[in-house]
Design a protein around this ligand. Sequence first.
Ligand SMILES: Cc1cc2nc3c(=O)[nH]c(=O)nc-3n(C[C@H](O)[C@H](O)[C@H](O)COP(=O)(O)O)c2cc1C
Length: 161
Amino acid sequence: MSDILIVYYSRTGKTRMVAEKLASMLAADIEEIREAKERAGRMGWVVGVKDSLLNKPAEITSEHSVEPRKLVIIGMPVWASAPPPAVRAFLGRYDLAGKTACAFCTHDGGGGKGLFAKTVELVPGGLASTLSLKKPRPDDPVLDEQLRRWSDEILAQVQEG
Ligand SMILES: Cc1cc2nc3c(=O)[nH]c(=O)nc-3n(C[C@H](O)[C@H](O)[C@H](O)COP(=O)(O)O)c2cc1C
């Protein structure tokens, strides 16, 4: 089992693609946060914006092996400048106290500032490092380079801590 766990939520696969690239660069374990609510299609998008704005609680159906890890990386899409309800639910259920926590997000141009400001309130020790990625594409060498640099930064943090 790796000291590093990547947990991610992804509705349409972009965050999953990034999480998988990072997992292979960091030799990390990877787990998907799943929720009970169906969010496919246009209605899923509309309801997603509403749920995120209203801070609606989500029911997550996945189990996560957070306990033995030194470092937990949380990956998520930006939803109305905030973390999706499933990620809030994950952070409500799993205690990251005493671990290094980092987060990345994918978005369509709005940026990750609002999301990280809200996420940091839900993580006891705060976020050691964050990365925001606009419309990531799997075949983009610039994305691979960004992820490689971020991976190196994160590994240095774990070795220090
Ligand atoms: C409910 C909802 C709200 C969104 N809100 C934002 C937003 O505020 N800013 C933004 O740049 N992109 C927003 N997006 C776009 C997603 O963050 C973006 O497409 C992301 O990369 C999708 O990741 P995924 O494929 O892992 O689900 C939103 C998407 C959804 C479904």
